[in-house]
Ligand binder design. Structure first.
Ligand code: IVH
Length: 691
């Protein structure tokens, strides 16, 4: 792909020395680089500070690439504040310790209304009955950081550490797009310590864990841990792939300009400087106002895109803050009002087992209904039998239950002192509660499994069909869990292939189904027949074969006929596939029932373009990665076109990737591609390539 580096206004090029071309007034390289930097920074600002994206990601990427190419050709143009410098660098041997110019203190806590009223009273006494105004804001659940800007340029980022000294995480912080590398100011302060919280949005956290899961790596327990783990990375290239955010809420040292009069004015000034500040804040005049804010935020909490663990109240006038001062390590002028813990105590009524898609038996706690952080909980997971024994949980016990974010509540521990006489231990049933087959447990695994398989066990059948129909598998819209339940219970469907033989009267006759929804399901089934090999392999539900492994298998073997008879050695050639996965794939295709399922699905019309079968296509030998949503093509359509032209589609960016096709809201894959210097295409460029 050829860019004209010097066509910001579609005219000529500067002369060789990069001097202004007087005749048509073209910018020099230097000027163009500055223009690009300013424009990219402006878009960043619109996105992260004002929450109002100004251009599509593809356009941002085009400008970014232009700057990157310009800097490659003229390295002297690279400056510390260039947006291209956010990709991370060589790993550090260790973090260095850095003392804070002004200590980073923590906050005292209020847990109920009385604590808040008492705080307000102490403030008024301390200020000798002057008028008070409070700034009420969110208490972000991330980690505190100090950003040092010298003459407007970010020069150092330090974690809170023990409050006196923290770790220098500058290299990592420079990769966070929400944090400006340079302030938007004509006359920036000579020294400014911006204080705030680094955090990860809930959606980015789920995506990260999905990636970790697919890659067989450890998942993070919550967004806070994920943010902390990402920031305390010796390899800043890893941090660059984690979507971290930042909100400013305080100040340390300040030199060269005078301090704003109030906390609210400080935050407004930050916004002008291009520093993200959360707008979920109010000014109130008394304890009633503080408590009203607390209640209002508690209502909103679940709907916020990030996690908070309470709210913070601060005396608004900074001179009054100074007057009030500190007690030991906490300020008298501010307090954190924490939400009640997401934990509660209740009675464990019974333990039942749930049978999963692969026959895994998960013990589920039936609880006396209890409100945990505002949500009524009646069921919680107990993970597995060993876990129950390790925690010494008995039926009848009083137990501690925790609910965090959107994840399934879990039983943390029993309250031993309250154990009733008749509390009894859980024993894993010997036979499956659904199909009666024997339950087996191997030594290597913590889980017990129903040996019935999907032919005998309706629970496994339902789980398998749900997986088959799911979005990342065959994507059969409208074929939800309740419908599958009915289809299996009425013996209308035994295998996935049977789904494709359903007819309108049968579907329309089911509970909560009408003619229209039945038609929609049939249309979705028809549409799903045209798929990709990777989706099909994933849909089969082979144990240990997740979405990304399925993709690797499809890329490697090209056709199902090549994959099915593959030996263990052949399977081990595939990236991501180790002995356990290879064995599982072999076992799956050694079962005649599975072979017959595959044949029946093909006979029903399920098809996909074969990779290796196409040779000599325009994209022969080229590996593509798709990311973000394209303006007109779905990702599957784009993938099918690539495969049809002899190319390969991979799920992850590596040095072996030839092209990344990026659409709106492209995420870390795009960043990785930029870091590796891989050619990035928008939809138009991609379609041109196919021509
Ligand atoms: S102000 C002297 N404001 O809470 C006051 N802190 O226990 C310094 N935090 O380590 C802190 N949101 O990580 C302040 N809006 C907010 C906050 C906030 C979260 C965290 C911060 C700090 C801890 C204080």
């Amino acid at each position: 792909m050829q860019h004209d580096l010097f066509s910001p206004n579609g005219q000529g090029k500067p002369d060789e020395a990069g001097k202004p071309n007087k005749k048509n007034d073209m910018p020099t390289w230097h000027q163009r680089a500055e223009q690009l930097k300013a424009e990219l920074n402006r878009h960043n600002l619109a996105y992260y500070v004002f929450d109002a994206p100004t251009i599509p990601d593809a356009e941002y990427d085009r400008l970014f690439r232009e700057l990157q190419e310009l800097e490659q050709a003229h390295p002297e143009l690279i400056s510390l504040d260039s947006p291209t410098q956010r990709v991370g660098g060589a790993p550090l041997p260790q973090f260095t310790q850095q003392a804070h110019a002004v200590p980073m203190l923590s906050l005292g806590n209020a847990f109920d209304d009385n604590d808040v009223v008492a705080f307000d009273r102490r403030v008024r006494e301390g200020l000798l009955e002057q008028d008070v105004e409070y700034s009420a804001e969110l208490k972000f659940d991330g980690l505190a950081i100090n950003l040092l800007y010298e003459e407007g340029v970010l020069t150092q980022a330090t974690t809170r550490g023990d409050g006196e000294t923290g770790e220098d995480v500058t290299a990592n912080v420079r990769t966070i797009h929400a944090i400006p590398l340079k302030l938007q100011a004509n006359s920036a302060p000579s020294v400014l310590d911006v204080r705030g919280e680094v955090l990860m949005y809930k959606a980015d956290f789920s995506r990260l864990n999905e990636r970790q899961r697919d890659a067989g790596q450890k998942e993070f327990a919550n967004p806070r841990n994920a943010a902390a783990g990402s920031l305390r990375q010796l390899d800043s290239r890893v941090t660059a792939q984690r979507d971290l955010r930042f909100f400013a809420y305080g100040i340390g040292a300040l030199e060269g300009v005078s301090m704003p009069a109030t906390h609210a004015a400080l935050l407004d000034w930050y916004v002008q400087l291009g520093i993200p500040v959360c707008q979920e804040r109010v000014l109130v005049r008394d304890a009633d106002g503080l408590l009203a804010f607390f209640r209002q935020i508690a209502e909103k909490r679940e709907a916020l895109p990030y996690e908070i663990d309470g709210v913070v109240y601060k005396v608004n006038r900074l001179d009054q803050q100074v007057q009030l001062g500190y007690v030991t390590r906490a300020p008298r002028f501010a307090i954190a009002h924490k939400f009640p813990a997401q934990e509660a105590i209740t009675t464990l009524l019974d333990i039942e087992v749930q049978v999963g898609r692969t026959g895994a038996m998960t013990p589920v706690a039936r609880l006396a209904p209890i409100s945990v952080g505002g949500v009524t909980v009646t069921n919680a997971t107990l993970h597995n039998e060993d876990e129950i024994r390790r925690k010494d949980i008995r039926i009848g016990d009083t137990v501690i239950v925790r609910r965090a974010g959107d994840v399934i509540p879990e039983v943390l521990a029993p309250v031993r002192e309250n154990r009733p006489e008749n509390a009894r231990e859980f024993v894993m049933p010997t036979h499956c509660p659904v199909c009666g087959s024997v339950i087996v447990k191997s030594d290597e695994e913590a889980v017990a499994r129903c040996s019935g398989g999907w032919t005998r066990c309706a629970a496994q059948r339902k789980g398998g069909l749900q997986h088959f129909a799911s979005r990342k598998a065959m994507d059969i819209e409208g074929l939800g869990d309740q419908l599958i339940e009915q289809l299996v219970d009425r013996s209308l469907v035994q295998t996935a292939a049977d789904l494709y033989h359903l007819d309108l009267p049968t579907l329309a006759g089911l509970d909560r189904m009408g003619e229209k929804s039945a038609q929609n399901v049939l249309a979705a089934l028809e549409k799903s027949k045209s798929t990709t090999l990777a989706r099909f392999i994933f849909a089969l539900g082979i144990r240990h074969v997740g979405e990304s492994t399925a993709r690797e298998l499809a890329d490697h073997f090209g056709t199902l006929d090549a994959l099915m008879p593959a030996s263990e050695e052949q399977l081990l050639q595939v990236p991501d596939v180790g002995p356990v996965v290879a064995q599982s794939i072999k076992t799956f295709f050694a079962d005649p029932l599975n072979i017959s399922l595959v044949r029946q699905l093909a006979a029903a019309g399920v098809h996909w373009p074969n990779g290796a079968a196409v040779s000599g296509g325009a994209l022969q030998g080229k590996t593509f990665v798709l990311t973000g949503s394209l303006p007109t093509l779905t990702r599957d359509e784009a993938a099918a076109m690539i495969l049809a032209a002899g190319g390969k589609v991979s799920g992850s960016v590596s040095r072996k990737t030839h092209f990344v096709v990026a659409g709106y809201e492209a995420g870390s894959k795009l960043t990785q591609a930029q870091a590796l210097g891989i050619t990035i295409l928008d939809e138009t460029q991609f379609l041109n390539l196919l021509k």
